[in-house]
Design a protein around this ligand. Structure first.
Ligand code: SF4
Length: 380
């Protein structure tokens, strides 16, 4: 029995936020946060998800008690919440992000605790002075311990220079993604820049995207884009075409008002707008369509996707354009293993389907494209 009164308590290996309970000090690279779906898939917590039992991407997030230094108005991690919420308690893309020691994560991966369900790991950076170095450290440790699972980097361009991208590539990062999030300079400034006390700049984000095109090459870089923050469908699809012309892919998120964020009073993106943007993005990224061939009305809504009706019907019938968009697995590069279950909607009103659509889902999507205000929940 250890009688020495001054032995430090053993570090927690896994921590789930508890209301009113002060979180232990957890700091990357020793600790990482992860999505609830990833924690369930890794067997670190019990839980069930509607119509799916796992995610195929281990989404990890850098974590520091002082939190993210940026203040994006749609984000649950934003700096303005530091008065009200312990960093470990802040929700992110609609879900709780528990924390774990990275050693524990590596050990479980090496022991096959995920039962081979993870096809990718992703390191999400935040705006913090240690973010660049800690992302590199986690990457190096992962590549040594779990070399068969490729790594994506969800970067924080504001603190990055060209050499940072070179280092990440040279130490094994397969895909480099820029969370542009906003699809126009105006929406970007309003939600991430000076108006909200944020450090991010549209021009620098595009510079980093161009570096990523050079350094990581075609199909190995991309963007995150959030639909429904005031941009038009035309602006969103024009950005998708610009990224695609650089050789990259576009990963879409439906805007959902994040609890505690500066935009928590906003409405989720309209279903018809979202479905048109999902279809348009897929046509540009994976069906050789082009923004220039699309037509838009005065509100900037798509009225013609610029492809043959038969091809358009076939794409809709496949359901693939309406699935979660993100980094691919081993099989089909147009299908994301980063399926982020219910990261941008509730299970009763699914926006990004984390699984293949069934007949009922397809019927709902077609009715939503036709402007009907229907959800996706199937009573049967
Ligand atoms: S889409 Fe790719 S970069 Fe984005 S969170 Fe998923 S794995 Fe990471």
């Amino acid at each position: 029995m250890n009688t020495h009164p001054h032995t430090a308590p053993a570090p927690v290996s896994f921590y789930r936020p508890q209301r009113g309970h002060k979180a232990p000090t957890m700091r990357s690279p020793e600790y990482v946060q992860m999505s609830t779906a990833a924690a369930i898939t890794l067997g670190l917590m019990q839980g069930q998800m509607y119509r799916t039992d796992c995610t195929h991407c281990l989404n990890l997030l850098l974590t520091y008690p002082e939190g993210c230094r940026a203040n994006c108005s749609y984000c649950g991690l934003a700096r303005h919440r530091e008065e009200s919420k312990d960093y470990a308690e802040r929700n992110f893309i609609r879900v709780e992000w528990p924390a774990a020691r990275f050693d524990e994560v590596l050990e479980r991966m090496q022991n096959g605790t995920d039962r081979g369900r993870f096809e990718r790991m992703c390191i999400s950076m935040i705006t913090h002075p240690d973010s660049d170095q800690d992302a590199l450290t986690l990457l190096q440790r992962w590549v040594r311990a779990v070399p068969d699972i490729p790594v994506s980097i969800l970067s924080n361009p504001t603190s990055m220079q060209r050499d940072d991208l070179l280092r990440l590539r040279d130490h094994g990062a397969e895909i480099f993604t820029v969370a542009l999030d906003a699809a126009s300079p105006g929406v970007f400034a309003q939600t991430r820049g000076a108006p909200v006390g944020g450090p991010h700049r549209w021009e620098h984000y595009w510079r980093v995207l161009e570096w990523a095109a050079e350094i990581f090459g075609p199909e190995h870089f991309g963007t995150h884009l959030i639909c429904g923050m005031g941009e038009t469908e035309q602006e969103m699809l024009e950005v998708c075409q610009r990224v695609c012309d650089l050789g990259g892919h576009n990963h879409l998120f439906a805007f959902f008002p994040e609890q505690g964020s500066l935009m928590e009073q906003w409405q989720p993106v309209a279903r018809d707008q979202w479905r048109r943007v999902q279809l348009g993005r897929f046509i540009i990224d994976y069906a050789d369509g082009r923004f220039e061939n699309m037509q838009f009305n005065d509100q900037g809504q798509v009225i013609d996707f610029g492809i043959l009706p038969a091809q358009q019907d076939a794409l809709i019938a496949s359901g693939t354009p309406f699935r979660t968009s993100g980094c691919p697995g081993k099989e089909n590069e147009a299908i994301s293993v980063c399926n982020r279950p219910y990261g941008d909607s509730t299970p009763t009103d699914i926006r990004s389907f984390p699984f293949a659509l069934n007949a009922h889902d397809l019927d709902c999507v077609r009715r939503q494209l036709a402007g009907e205000a229907v959800g996706t929940f199937n009573e049967e």
